[in-house]
Write a protein that binds this ligand. Sequence first.
Ligand code: XCC
Ligand code: SF4
Length: 659
Amino acid sequence: MNNSVPILAKAGTGSLRAGDRVSDEASVQMLDKAAADCVDTCFSRLDGQRNQCTFGKNGVCCRLCYMGPCRITPKALRGVCGADADTIVARNYVREVAGGTAAHSDHGRHLVLLLKKVAEGRGGSYRIADEPALRRSARLYEIEEAGRAKEAVALDLADLFISEFNRQEDPLWTLKLAPVKRQGVWRQRGILPSGIDRMVVESLHRTHMGVDHDYRNLLLHAFRTSLADGWGGSRVASIVSDILFGTPVPIRSRANLGVLGERTINIVVHGHEPALSEMLAIASRDPEILAEARAAGAEGLTLAGICCTANEILMRHGIPVAGNFLQQELAIITGAVEMLITDVQCCMPSLPEVAKAYHTEIISTSDIARTVGAVHVPFDEERAFDSAKALIRRAIANYARRDVSKMAVPKVSQPLVAGFSVAAIKHMLGGTYRASFRPLNDAIIQGRIKGIVGIVGCNNPRIKTDSYVNALTRELIQRDVLVLKTGCAAIASAKAGMLTPEAALKLAGPGFREVCEAVGIPPVLHMGSCVDNARLLEAVTEVVLEGGLGDDFSEVPVVGVAPEWMSEKAIAIGCYFVASGIHVILGHPFHIGGSDNVTRFLNEEARDLFGASFHVCSDPQEAVTVIMEIINRKRERLGINRKAERKLYDMKDRRALDV
Ligand code: XCC
Ligand code: SF4
């Protein structure tokens, strides 16, 4: 392309065709509609951000004090204070990990405080929905439960969880849920995290001007902080969600924009915290509310979700998924959404602007997350059910404003099965009375399943939406790899039809297909939202405890992948996987390219410390090769590779994967 010709971004798709921006047919249709309706989306705005800042990309821009901002160039190798590229890049990275950890953990905190209120009888409409989950967790945390009222147990558990946030010097209690050997690694490396809040505060302190300048010391704290996420805030969030809203079990539903009804009142929930969406899910089935919807001339009410709020209510109520991260604007562009309700995280500030072209009302509900142009309706937790009903009534009233001439709902959606909590997987594998991971371990040992890969994270308009996630998933299940998913990556597979048991027949390799058929599971297991990446660790812990596949995560043939990631939360997740001994493949690099030392530390030296590191693979084929090499290497070490495979592997050019 001739660089001198400016490329004019056009509304909707930007400079590319819709089919080059997004993968699924519903999104293609809506992007084309955006262009026709002259509505800007993240895709066209990305074009406006052409030539994104190279200093930012390489992490060498520092604006931590007002002697700066400073940036490292070949002519200026140090900032005003004398900080070099290593220090600046590492400090920026620590702050990103702290941001991700804070987001997950603050979500966890809100749930813990709600659990405490429920335990004290101040929980309003909320209840302990899953008493067995409460008692199971209490036993895990060594809290006396036998013969005690559930409220008393819940109170002790909530208080223990609160202490996980504010503990000052002792290590987090939750770390004890990890394999003993891994706890030893953390102790030896000096990265056992203390209180979650303290880790985040310390990250900010250490990266203040003139404090910690040694990139190694900084990066170790990044790993330590991330552990306070994966083995702290996120784990606690999953546990409390299960207690308050129920432990997910496999459930059928559908995904993609076609779940919106042409003749129903459509309400879309978007964000991360499940407290409000739980109540909306219940209220949306209330007969009185349904009667009111019909009285307004609609055929009923459709509640659907975007991002992780979607995943939460999908897993527990089978509420359909309208889409993942980059479909939030597209949902409005259908012209069929009466109300889009946001809580926290991943909700674009553009939503009210997009909504101006249609009748959609954008509602914000969290006092810490407001958007100019959105209507703020504070969510009253104590009267949660009434709050939920009031919101739905507002949406019903808005139905009269729907302009049918602006409406085009794509007739595209796919069936799916979600809800694979660790408890559910155990039951499916071993049966109700002998729930166990044994059959999975055996299948891995026999080679019918080669290994486990967790594919997680977001979409990013810089990559054709869902394309990397789905190409990689397809290749892996063909190679007999069990794929576990969360977040927007899980929704990507749902839209591609890979979350059904039938998909195993079509896509899985022969050994893996047998297992899926015998157990009745899809080849890709949807384990929940972003905080539920802690469930992935829980699952691998079960594999370790079950025996036969090593004593530590770093010995199990398991790999994590974040193909299309965009958020700081994904960085924190990547770090706690690596610190837990699980290799992580990234579809695109961190903003660290300006420091060879930081890059080497994260992508190589981390292996000496944790037995795992990051790997950047810019295309899915390369990722498949690296993943299968890692899996084969682990199988080899465990002595469970068959002869033929070993030979094939020996012929390959070995990367520096020694761990
Ligand atoms: Fe957000 Fe959790 Fe990313 Fe999706 S995947 S874009 S963080 S919603 Ni976690
Ligand atoms: Fe510049 Fe140092 Fe201040 Fe950063 S901390 S802005 S490098 S003077």
